[in-house]
Design a protein around this ligand. Structure first.
Ligand SMILES: NC(=O)c1ccc[n+]([C@@H]2O[C@H](COP(=O)([O-])OP(=O)(O)OC[C@H]3O[C@@H](n4cnc5c(N)ncnc54)[C@H](OP(=O)(O)O)[C@@H]3O)[C@@H](O)[C@H]2O)c1
Length: 285
C-alpha cells in the first residue's frame, strides 16, 4: 500500500481507527478525519506511534454539515495530488430525539448517508487522477429492515432513532450501487460493507440502560480490528481491481435487500439527494 493515498472518515474511534492503523502499518499515506480537533490529534499521534509511519494526516470537519464537508475536500485537494481510496466510515447509531443539521436535514441520515454522498461527489475529480480508485461505504445489515418514505425522507412525521439508522443504511446501500454504475466506465470502483456486530463507541448517544446492555454484550461481539478486516480487504486486495457494485461481509459478496439493486430506485434516490443537497447533477466533465 506504499503508493496509496487513503482518506478515512471518522477514524478517531472503532472501525475507522482500526482500519487506519492497519493501512498505516502497510505503508499507505493515511488521511483521517475528525470532528473534534483534540481527539483527532491524539488519534494521529497514536497511529504514528503504533504504525511507525509518519505519513498520517488529519483533517477536521463535522460531517453532518455540507459546508464543512466541502471545505474538508478542498483542504485535501490543496495538499494531496490524487485520492486512491475513500473509506466513508463515519456514522452514528441515532439520536434519541429528532435533531436537524444546519440545512434542515435529519441528523442521522445527514451523518450516515448525506456525508457519504457529498464526500464521494466532491472527491470524484481527485479519484479520477488515480490509476485505480476505490470507494468503500459502511452500511449495515439493518438496511434490510428499512423502507424509504419518499414523501418524508427526513422523517419529520415519524421519528425513531433505530429506524433513522436503518433508513440511512438503506440509502447508503442503494446509493453505492447507483454510484458504482455511474463511475464504472471511469475506473472508480464502489462497494459497500456490512461489518457485522462490532463493539465500538457507536451506541454512545443511546440511553445508559442500552449502553449497559451493550457493554454486557461485548464478549459476543467482534473487536474493531476483526470488524475492520473486510474494509481492509476491499481497500488492499489486488484481485478486486475493477470489481464494483457489491455488498460485502466477511470478505464475501452477500445479497442486499431485494429491491436495493433496482436501477429505477437508485436513480430516484440520486435525483432526490441532488435536490435535497442543492447540487449540480454532475460535476465531472
Ligand atoms: N459497530 C457496529 O456493530 C457496526 C455495524 C454495522 C455498521 N457499522 C458502521 O460502521 C461505521 C463506523 O462505526 P463504529 O461502530 O466504528 O462507531 P464509532 O466507534 O462510534 O466511530 C464512529 C466514527 O464516526 C465519527 N463521527 C460521528 N459523527 C460524526 C460527525 N458528525 N462528523 C465527523 N465525524 C463523525 C466519530 O467521531 P467521534 O470520535 O468524534 O465520535 C467516530 O470517529 C458507521 O458507519 C457504522 O454505522 C457499525
Amino acid at each position: 500500500m506504499r503508493d496509496k493515498i487513503v482518506l478515512i472518515t471518522g477514524a478517531t474511534s472503532g472501525l475507522g481507527k482500526a482500519t487506519a492503523l492497519n493501512l498505516a502499518r502497510r505503508g499507505a499515506t493515511v488521511v483521517i478525519t475528525c470532528r473534534n480537533r483534540e481527539k483527532g490529534e491524539v488519534t494521529q499521534y497514536e497511529l504514528i506511534n503504533q504504525s511507525d509511519n509518519s505519513n498520517i494526516h488529519l483533517l477536521q470537519a463535522d460531517l453532518s454539515n455540507k459546508k464543512e464537508i466541502k471545505e474538508l475536500t478542498e483542504s485535501f485537494k490543496n495538499i494531496f495530488p490524487r485520492l486512491d481510496i475513500l473509506i466513508n466510515n463515519a456514522g452514528i447509531l441515532g439520536l434519541t430525539k429528532r435533531t436537524e443539521n444546519k440545512d434542515g436535514h435529519e441528523m442521522t441520515i445527514a451523518t450516515n448517508y448525506l456525508s457519504q454522498f457529498l464526500m464521494s461527489y466532491y472527491m470524484q475529480d481527485w479519484m479520477l487522477k488515480s490509476d485505480e480508485a476505490r470507494i468503500i461505504n459502511l452500511t449495515s445489515a439493518t438496511h434490510k429492515l428499512a423502507t424509504i418514505d419518499w414523501d418524508d425522507l427526513m422523517m419529520k412525521n415519524r421519528y425513531q432513532p433505530f429506524i433513522a439508522y436503518s433508513k440511512s443504511k438503506l440509502m447508503v446501500t442503494i446509493f453505492t450501487f447507483e454510484l458504482a454504475k455511474k463511475l464504472k466506465s471511469r475506473g472508480v470502483s464502489v462497494n459497500c460493507i456490512d461489518p457485522g456486530t462490532v463493539y465500538t463507541n457507536i451506541a454512545h448517544t443511546y440511553p445508559n440502560s442500552f449502553q449497559f446492555l451493550y457493554k454486557l454484550g461485548e464478549p459476543f461481539m467482534q473487536t474493531p480490528e476483526k470488524g475492520a478486516e473486510t474494509i481492509i480487504y476491499l481497500a488492499s486486495d489486488k484481485k478486486l481491481t475493477g470489481v464494483t457494485g457489491n455488498l460485502y461481509k466477511k470478505n464475501k459478496v452477500i445479497k442486499p435487500k431485494k429491491n436495493s439493486l433496482d436501477p429505477t430506485l437508485g436513480q430516484k434516490l440520486w435525483d432526490e439527494t441532488i435536490k435535497l443537497l442543492n447540487l449540480q447533477e454532475n460535476i465531472l466533465p
